[in-house]
Each structure stands twice: as C-alpha cells, then as structure tokens.
Design a protein around this ligand. Structure first.
Ligand SMILES: C[S@@+](CC[C@H](N)C(=O)[O-])C[C@H]1O[C@@H](n2cnc3c(N)ncnc32)[C@H](O)[C@@H]1O
Length: 270
C-alpha cells in the first residue's frame, strides 16, 4: 500500500476538517471563484474548500488520495444537492486521469503539499491548468510558531527519522522551494506571488479535547503517538500538545477553542 495513501486513510480527517470550515469559506471568497469556472480542488479532503467553490456556481472536481475522504466528500455534495461537485480518487504526483489544460483554477489547500514528489506535483498542477488560469496553494510554513507547524515539529521529535530521500511536506512553505519547483515546470518566478494568511481552527470543546481529536483521527498525530508509545513517552507527547493547544487558544470560553494558524498562500499565474 502507498504509505502516503495509508497515512491519510488511517484516521478520519473529517473530524479535524469540521474545525476548519469557516476559514475554508473565507479563503474561497478571497480567491474569487465564480459561476461556470472549472475548478480542480486537489488534496480536497471532504471538501472544506470544494463545497464553497461549488456553492458559488463553479464546476468543481475534488481529487484526493484517500478513498474514505472521497466518499465523505461525495456524501456532503449529495446532502447539499450540489450537482456541480464531484469527488474522485487521485494522486497529486500523477494526475493521469485528467487532461492537459482542463481547469481555470486549481486549488490545493494543505493538500498537494503532502504528496511525496514535489517536482512531479508542480508539473501536474501546471499541466492541468489552462493557459491564463491560476493555481492557488495553501502551505504550512516550517518552524512557524503557530499551531500546525508546531504540531508537526513536536510529532517529528517523537517519531523515527524519515526514510532516506523523504522530502518534508513543510518545504512547500519555503518560497525558494516553491519557485524552484514551478520553474522546473516551466513557470517563471515573476508569475508567482506569496502572501501570509491565517486559518483558524474553531472547535466546540476545550483545547485538550481538540488534542484528543488529533490523537484519535489525524494520521500524522496518530503515528506520532504510536511511535511515542513504543518508547513509553505517550504522556510526554500529550502534555506537549496540550500545552501548545492551550497556549494558542484565543477563546475565553471553557467549551470553545479557537486557534489561528499562519500559512503561505501561493498564487501562480499559468
Ligand atoms: C490536511 S488535509 C487537507 C484537506 C483539505 N484540503 C482541507 O483543507 O480540509 C490533507 C489532504 O491531502 C490529501 N493528500 C495527501 N497526499 C495526497 C496526494 N498525493 N494526492 C492527493 N491528495 C493527497 C489527504 O488525503 C488529505 O485529504
């Protein structure tokens, strides 16, 4: 089994995505999605951004490597009666089911960054976007002090070193890497723009309960807890994550958590 696919099918990302809906909608509003546009949402999960894109009248295809998330996305689209939205399985490293120049807009929010071959990903993103179209990526930033970069950093410190040749997904949060990857796909630097933006995780429960959701349902955190358990360090990992989530929680209510996280928004004019 492809380890990239196994990682995301392991848990149930819909449980985390539930805390990201408002920011997904705000992002789609900010990038200008309109009726009739052909949109690919890549690494779409259960449709946090794909549903808002479709609600705005775009023709949307969601592609994700995880079969359980594709199913969840199709269920959400059906429940809303969105006939202009469909989800299917696919790998951002090789989108062989999709023809060249198919989309006006390709969106990948914390999605394609997790595919293991970043140069292939950039090539595929450019290939399926029509000339004059746009690619918008949201990428977490390595060593950023906010939530997700810190979760991944703490998790890595409890996990065995990655296999040789592994390229960290976080490298997509470094501008020079993004420029190099799109240059190799034929896009010059002046067609790429960068902006720091914020995603807020909103959860109806205490910060420690949100940690428990990550522990039970978020593949990368589940793996970190398994590695920590093998060394008798599960409690240390839980305590570190508890401290992180509580320190970053801006909600004043005991029953609500709100944690802003900074990401790099990349826009590529194709
Ligand atoms: C952090 S989640 C983000 C999901 C969604 N974009 C959102 O904002 O809620 C990462 C997603 O990328 C998907 N993914 C990881 N590697 C992938 C790949 N090689 N090709 C396509 N999707 C991939 C995962 O299955 C997961 O749904």
């Amino acid at each position: 089994m492809n380890p990239n696919k196994a990682l995301w099918e392991k848990g149930d990302f819909t449980r985390i995505a539930g805390s990201m809906r408002e920011s997904g909608e705000a992002l789609v509003a900010a990038i200008g999605v309109g009726p009739g546009m052909k949109v690919l949402d890549l690494g779409c999960g259960d449709g946090t951004t794909a549903l808002p894109e479709a609600r705005r009248g775009a023709e949307v295809l969601g592609v994700d490597i995880a079969a359980n998330l594709v199913e969840a996305g199709n269920r959400r689209a059906a429940a809303e009666g969105l006939a202009n939205l469909r989800f299917q399985e696919g790998d951002a490293c090789d989108l062989h089911d999709l023809a060249d120049d198919s989309f006006d807009l390709v969106v990948s929010i914390f999605g394609a960054m997790f595919a293991p071959k970043p140069f292939d990903v950039a090539k595929e993103l450019v290939r399926v976007t029509r000339l004059g179209g746009r690619i918008v990526m949201g990428n977490w930033i390595p060593n950023d002090p906010t939530l997700v970069a810190q979760i991944l950093k703490i998790s890595a410190s409890y996990s065995p070193p990655p296999p040789e040749g592994f390229v960290s997904p976080m490298t997509w949060g470094v501008e020079d890497n993004v420029i190099e990857r799109f240059a190799a796909a034929g896009v010059p630097e002046e067609k790429i723009s960068f902006e720091r933006a914020t995603y807020t995780f909103n959860f109806a429960g205490a910060a420690s309960e949100l940690v428990a959701e990550f522990r039970a349902y978020y593949g990368p955190t589940m793996n970190a807890f398994e590695a920590a358990a093998a060394n008798g360090r599960e409690d240390d990992l839980r305590a570190e994550l508890d401290a992180l989530f509580n320190a970053q929680n801006t909600s004043t209510s005991d029953n609500a958590t709100s944690i802003p996280a900074t990401f790099l928004r990349v826009t590529v004019a194709v």
